[in-house]
Ligand binder design. Structure first.
Ligand SMILES: [Zn+2]
Length: 93
């Protein structure tokens, strides 16, 4: 967190000048929750997307498992919506 020497800060949500304690970032609790909500949406949005894709991947693999396939052609998986890069994304983290 950056320290600011001046008191002329503006709310990152509505641009109203923020009065009060120097560590105060938002003009109101409402703006604070709006900003936190939006940040959460940004980060959670990514995880929700990955999670969704992982479920699709798992479902596809499970389907192949049931039918007794031990070797699956990559193209077959890709045709069904399997996205191998989602696994790679998670492994790299
Ligand atoms: Zn505000």
């Amino acid at each position: 967190m950056r320290l600011q020497m001046t008191n002329s800060k503006t709310c990152p949500v509505c641009s109203t000048s923020v009065k009060g304690r120097s560590d105060k970032k938002y003009c109101s609790k409402k703006c604070k929750s709006i900003d936190q909500y939006e940040n959460r949406q940004k980060t959670e949005g990514f995880y929700i997307k990955v999670d969704k894709q992982l479920k699709i991947n798992r479902k596809i693999l499970k389907g192949y498992n049931k039918s007794g396939y031990s070797v699956i052609r990559k193209n077959e998986l890709l045709e069904e919506g399997f996205q191998p890069e989602v696994f790679h994304t998670l492994l790299e983290e």
